[in-house]
Design a protein around this ligand. Sequence first.
Ligand code: PLP
Length: 533
Amino acid sequence: MNKQRLSELIQTFFTCDREQVSAIFDELLTAVEMEEHRGAGGLMSRNYETAQANPEIHTLPGNLKDARDAIFPYFWGTDGWSSKLHLENVKGPANYASLVGALACLLKNPNLCTDTYSQRSNELEVKSMTALANLVFYNTDSPWGLFTMGGTVSNLYGGKLGIERVMPGAMHHGLQDARLSGVVSQAAHYSNATLAGWLGMGTDHLHTVPTDANLAMRLDLLERKLDELYAEGRRVAFVIATFGTTDAFGVDDVAGIRAIVDAVSARHGQPAPQLHVDAAVGWFYTVLNEYDLDANPFDLNEQTLPLVYAIQQHSKGLRHADSVTIDFHKLGWGHYPASAFVVNRRDDLKCLIREKRDVPYFSEADARRDPAMYTLECSRAAIGPYSVMATLNGLGLIGCQMLAANSLEMALKFKARLAALDYCRVLNPDTIGPSVVFWVLPKGRDAGQVYDQLVAGELPAEKRERYFDETHRLFDKRCQTLDPAVDARLSFTRSIGYCPHGVAIPAWKAVFFNPRTDDEVIDRVIESIENLM
Ligand SMILES: *Cc1c(COP(=O)(O)O)cnc(C)c1O
């Protein structure tokens, strides 16, 4: 080996040149600053053709600026969603406290697999997990959990614990010919189908229970479905409730579901299924649990206060869950990946523990402190704990409460503005949360009446399709005519999750997720809708 050249390489890439690293970081920050003035979306078009045709890499060693240049066009061409005009989804700007945490994490690059590889970063995971568990469960004897790659994987853990619960030893013996089923609401996230497929149960055996008009699972139909499944001789591994559906923010009654799963499984002499709650989006509102409604320190308006009360009531149900999914990279405004799977009783994770002989290179591992003994992953990123603790302690509980309450207030304002237009209909007027799903029909139509007819089952299919088509076409028209500098970006969903008489309802969607979105944005959206016709 040419020692001289090797030493140059090490000097450039394995020694921290503080000045150079800071200078490049400063350039990246400048690019981010410029983005702030560009409005929402439409930055640069993609070039997939040459991306695949030109994968060449440099031959000679370069320097950190080569690293910068290699990624810069893509960095520049990517929207960080900081603009207040982004209302498409539960996606938004990550907060800067989280950036401090995430950068600190990247600088040390710990691996949460074992204590030995992460030292105090595992301690931070325990701390942040306990903080999150206290938020969702209040006081619980032995909260525990772990950070995962995303809400999908956190839900997958819930499903896996359920399978082990009704079929102990499945980890080793497989599903054999057990006939397993799982249950979710019709408005649940598709990740539940993903886990049913990946866990070997089969997506065909994930059953959906219809919701009421508020997007909450119908408890009477849940009971009927469970009875049916048990009567067919199937084992129900899990029921996954949703706390905040992705489109319209339906919240399932977790306490009610608990009572039903316990009663029906006992009636059939079966072990109770895992009651997992997918609170990927909705968990954040538990920060409002202790908001003092009488003193009302934020001066929330009269319409918002009852919503906060409703959230406090819904949140109490979470204590009845066996486990909960939390996405800190959605509400939480953290960096990806920062999803947490939290269990109410630490012992429940026992069924996942590996034998020492299965993990030869972690010879000293101990399940009491080395997550690799029971996690799906081996190497595991630490962005989650760093993002969570930096954010929660940066913003403080009060800061989080302000963000949560603000999103509620903005969504309510927008709902009220739409309600004043006859040709519009808000489809989730009574759900809590940041999401508004709605119809815009041609002027002259009575959208409220159309909706009532649909729900009553009195809207002929052919008319229904015409109205659905109209609202979609108006959405497209707005997209084509909007001015990216001032008009907010909305999105369109093919089904809000509530399906009266089996009909999936399409809708426009606006999510008040970005804390910077203000009254001016709402005024302008309403104006753009009025100008469509
Ligand atoms: C986003 C979402 C998921 C999936 O989470 P990822 O972090 O994107 O994998 C699951 N459930 C709900 C309700 C969601 O909104």
